[in-house]
Design a protein around this ligand. Structure first.
Ligand SMILES: [Zn+2]
Length: 311
C-alpha cells in the first residue's frame, strides 16, 4: 500500500509548500474534468485524501506519529488497501495499546411503596440491592499470581447484596424517581459508579389523604343513619386518629375542619388544618329487618304532609 507521501510523490520531510505545489500539479493531471480514464478517477480520489491529511498540520503530525509507531510495532502488510483510510490506521494503532477505557458502572433501579401519609410527611425505606464490588483478591485485574483469579472467576468483580436506607422527602409525588448517586454498579478502570434510582409508588386508597396548599383533605364515609341521626365519626389524621362529632341531618359533601392536626410548619412548629368531607356510603347489603324498616321509613316520609321531595 502506498503511503500518503508516496501517493503525492513527495518526501516525508517535504514542506507544506512543496506538498501543496505537488498536489496542484497532480490535480491538473488527474482531475475528472481533464482526465476521463477510469484509473484517473481512483488516483484523483487518493490524492485528494492524501492532501487532506498532509496539508493539515494537525492531521499530518498525527499521521507521522502513527507511521513511526506502526514501523516499530509491526511490519505487517495490509491487503485490500484501497479502502484503507487514515482513521482506520489510527484506530488500529490505538487498539494495539493495552490501555483499558474507563467504563461507567450500570445504574440500578428499584421501587418502593409508601402510603399517602408517608408521602406527605416523608419517610425512609431500606432497599436490598444486588450490586457489584471490585474483587478484593485481584482488585479488579481478573488475574492474581499470574493466573485467572479464582475468587471472582476472572470477572474482576463480585456480586454483593447491599442494604441501602433511602430517605424519601416530604411531599413526594407518586412515581417520583429519586437518585442516589454512586450507589449503582461499580465503574471500571477509573470509571464512575452507576447511580441507584428509587421509584416511589404512593399507594392510593379511597380513604387517602390529599394535600393542597399545605392543607390536608380527607374524605370520610359514613352510614346513612349516622348522617341522619348524628354521631361520632373516627377519622385518621397525620398524627393519629381523631373523632368528629357529626350533628344530626348532616349532608353529604358537608365539611368539617380539624385544627392542629395537619402538616407541621417547619418554621413555626405549628400544625395546620385537616378538612374532613363527609360522604354518605350506602351499605352493600341489608338484612330483612333493615329492609322492612327502610320501607316503613319511606311510608312515613311519604305520609308527611309538608314533606320535601325525597324519593
Ligand atoms: Zn478476582
Amino acid at each position: 500500500m502506498q503511503s500518503y507521501y508516496e501517493i503525492l510523490n513527495v518526501e516525508s520531510t517535504s514542506s507544506k509548500e512543496e506538498i501543496k505545489k505537488q498536489y496542484k500539479k497532480l490535480v491538473r493531471m488527474y482531475h475528472p474534468d481533464v482526465n476521463s480514464s477510469p484509473e484517473a478517477e481512483e488516483i484523483f480520489k487518493n490524492i485528494t485524501r492524501a492532501s487532506e491529511i498532509l496539508l493539515d498540520d494537525e492531521k499530518r503530525k498525527k499521521y507521522d506519529l502513527l507511521r513511526n509507531a506502526n514501523k516499530k510495532i509491526n511490519q505487517k502488510t495490509y491487503n485490500n488497501s484501497s479502502d484503507y483510510t487514515f482513521s482506520d490506521l489510527f484506530q488500529k494503532n490505538k487498539k494495539t495499546k493495552e490501555e483499558p477505557k474507563a467504563i461507567q458502572g450500570e445504574d440500578i433501579t428499584v421501587s418502593v411503596t409508601i402510603d399517602s401519609k408517608e408521602a406527605i410527611l416523608g419517610t425512609t425505606r431500606t432497599v436490598n440491592i444486588a450490586t457489584s464490588i471490585l474483587c478484593p483478591k485481584c482488585e479488579g485485574h481478573k488475574f492474581a499470581n499470574n493466573q485467572k483469579c479464582t475468587y471472582c472467576e476472572g470477572k474482576g468483580e463480585i456480586t454483593k447484596n447491599k442494604k441501602i436506607t433511602v430517605k424519601i422527602p416530604s411531599s413526594v409525588k407518586n412515581k417520583s424517581k429519586l437518585r442516589i448517586k454512586g450507589e449503582g454498579k461499580i465503574g471500571k478502570f477509573g470509571g464512575k459508579n452507576g447511580n441507584l434510582y428509587v421509584i416511589v409508588n404512593v399507594e392510593q386508597k379511597h380513604e387517602d389523604f390529599k394535600i393542597e396548599n399545605g392543607i390536608v383533605y380527607y374524605d370520610a364515609y359514613i352510614s346513612p343513619y349516622t348522617a341522619i341521626l348524628g354521631g361520632n365519626v373516627k377519622v385518621p389524621t397525620l398524627w393519629g386518629d381523631a373523632t368528629i362529632k357529626i350533628p344530626p341531618l348532616t349532608k353529604t359533601n358537608q365539611s368539617f375542619k380539624l385544627i392542629d392536626v395537619g402538616i407541621m410548619n417547619e418554621k413555626t412548629q405549628k400544625k395546620g388544618d385537616e378538612i374532613v368531607k363527609i360522604l354518605i356510603q350506602i351499605p352493600t347489603s341489608i338484612t330483612d329487618e333493615e329492609f322492612y324498616l327502610y320501607e316503613k321509613l319511606k311510608e312515613i316520609n311519604l305520609k308527611k304532609r309538608n314533606a320535601p321531595i325525597f324519593q
